[in-house]
Design a protein around this ligand. Structure first.
Ligand SMILES: Nc1ncnc2c1ncn2[C@@H]1O[C@H](COP(=O)(O)OP(=O)(O)OP(=O)(O)O)[C@@H](O)[C@H]1O
Length: 339
């Protein structure tokens, strides 16, 4: 639904050049909620602003719903933009206009007649749970309510795609949860594709089907959350699911095991201990729901060095678990060893 190909953006100001995007390839599928995370300055805002051409990329292409929008200008671009809604961290509401008039603004630009505009704005406010605030002014609303108005306004052009630029960063945790639940609900009910940027892993955990990590203007990892969790060495997986715990002795093997979906319910660790008669110590563990799936991660310690634990580690992998051995690159030989 959204594809960027070798997207580059170089800002030039006062003789200096800053490469904000350094060849970004992104694939957001129709109907998914896709999160882009990264530190401040990684290029997230630039990326999302290039997707609706608020910022013109220096090179590369952006395709939204099959249309290369980097080729568009003038009226064609304005029309394409109505199919791409955007919500902002600081809401960007007009304080002199009522809530209804804020939502009507893009409808005015689209040329809808007065009565039709009002009806549509009221429908949208109903959709975001704010029907009773139509005549209020933004100053009379809480942060969460303001963001609901921002979302209603973003939906005015019946977009297929919604872009969210840190929409929950200015909100408290409970309001964040309710706004994320609203985005998820709109994604499901309207089949809306959502591309959001955030610096909060909890946002990805709560709503995203897929995610990408940006660093220095590049995407360093991307995939569905399940794929990322199953990728050895994935930084995103580690940040989504941190498990701590240090080895009690240098003569042991520390293994991080990730349980996804059905495997989460299987008693594999006790099977491992019984089958190989090894003492398994649990150094750390966490269970959570990520993208609606139960996921667990456990850091275990096996007595003896890696070479002595090749077979038990192979046993875990054979059970379909994601297994990472701390400080080793021998993952492939282990698979070979049990075949
Ligand atoms: N208009 C601009 N002119 C010059 N440089 C800019 C401009 N906008 C962004 N940059 C630079 O581009 C780089 C990427 O910025 P960007 O805002 O996209 O990052 P970000 O990941 O969204 O950061 P944050 O989370 O702090 O918003 C930074 O080095 C920033 O200083």
């Amino acid at each position: 639904m959204i594809t960027t190909t070798d997207l580059r953006k170089v800002y030039r100001s006062r003789g200096r050049e800053v490469t904000a995007l350094d060849g970004v390839d992104l694939r957001v599928r129709e109907g998914e909620v896709y999160g882009v995370v990264g530190r401040s300055g990684a290029g997230k805002s630039t990326l999302i602003r290039c997707v609706n051409l608020l910022e013109r990329p220096t090179s590369g292409t952006v395709t939204v719903d099959g249309q290369d929008i980097t080729r568009l200008a003038g009226r064609d671009l304005r029309r394409a933009r109505t199919r791409i809604g955007m919500v902002f961290q600081h809401f960007n509401l007009l304080t002199s206009r009522t809530v209804r008039a804020n939502v009507e603004l893009p409808l005015e630009i689209l040329g809808l007649a007065g009565r039709e505009r009002t009806r549509k704005a009221l429908d949208l406010l109903d959709l975001v749970g704010l029907a009773d605030k139509a005549n209020a002014y933004p100053a009379q609303l809480s942060g969460g309510q303001k963001q609901r108005v921002g979302i209603a306004r973003a939906l005015a052009g019946d977009p297929k795609v919604l872009l969210s630029d840190e929409a929950t960063s200015a909100l408290d945790p409970e309001t964040t949860r309710s706004i994320l639940a609203l985005l998820r609900d709109l994604n499901r009910r309207l089949g809306l594709t959502v591309l959001l940027i955030t610096h909060e892993m909890d946002v990805v955990k709560a709503v995203c089907d897929s995610a990408a990590l940006m660093k220095g203007g590049r995407v360093t990892e991307s995939g569905t959350v399940a794929e990322l969790l199953a990728t050895p060495g994935s930084e995103l997986a580690r940040e989504l699911f941190p498990v701590g715990g240090d080895a009690s002795t240098p003569d042991s093997t520390v293994v991080d095991v990730t349980f996804l979906g059905e495997t989460a319910a299987q008693p594999v660790i006790s099977q491992l201990a019984r089958t190989y008669n090894v003492d398994v110590s649990i150094l750390g563990a966490a269970m959570d729901t990520v993208a609606g799936k139960q996921v667990g991660r456990m850091r275990i310690e096996l007595p003896g060095r890696f070479e002595e634990n090749v077979v038990p580690i192979g046993f875990l992998r054979e059970r379909g678990l994601q297994v990472e051995v701390a400080g080793e690159e021998q993952a492939a030989p282990v698979v070979e060893a049990v075949r």
